[in-house]
Design a protein around this ligand. Structure first.
Ligand code: 5GP
Length: 139
């Protein structure tokens, strides 16, 4: 297993070195909007403790993380009046991982509407902020 690289983009978000549209924060966890959403409301939930992905994560960190994923999944579903919620998590490049700090994708889904490609186009910041506002209101 490759070592955790503390210079990854999500570590920089956690450090406040690059901006993000934040949805939720507690002592152990941060949730924010994905800048290349696969559907409106696509968000990410990350632990503050660094691990490359699920495979090397501390189980105690995972125990605190999943309830937050659940909270955000319910909020995103309600905010977008979705039919379902897709929760995804990739481990290593072969599985589609591109950022090497553990994260869960949470994406509201509507019947019959396909997802946009993974890491496709950047969304307008005002759209991200407006979508974040809806999710925060449902938290
Ligand atoms: P992965 O392929 O590692 O599971 O997904 C990484 C996700 O992070 C992608 O969905 C991508 O759109 C998102 N992402 C990449 N860079 C940034 C960034 O600088 N800020 C935010 N908010 N999301 C990012």
């Amino acid at each position: 297993m490759t070592a955790y690289d503390p210079n990854n983009i999500f570590a920089k978000i956690l450090a406040g070195d690059i901006p993000s549209v934040t949805l939720y924060e507690d002592e152990d966890t941060l949730a924010f909007m994905d800048v290349m959403p696969q559907a409106p409301g696509h968000l990410l939930v990350i632990p503050k403790q660094g691990s490359r992905n699920l495979l090397d994560a501390n189980p105690a960190v995972l125990a605190k993380l999943l309830p937050v994923v659940q909270k955000l999944a319910n909020a995103a579903k309600e905010a977008f009046d979705a039919d379902g919620v897709y929760v995804a998590q990739f481990n290593e490049a072969a599985a589609g991982q591109t950022v090497y700090h553990l994260h869960f994708h949470v994406i509201p889904r509507h019947d019959g509407l396909p997802l946009k490609p993974h890491t496709g186009g950047m969304e307008n910041i005002d759209v991200l902020k407006a979508n974040a506002e809806k999710i925060r209101a449902a938290l």
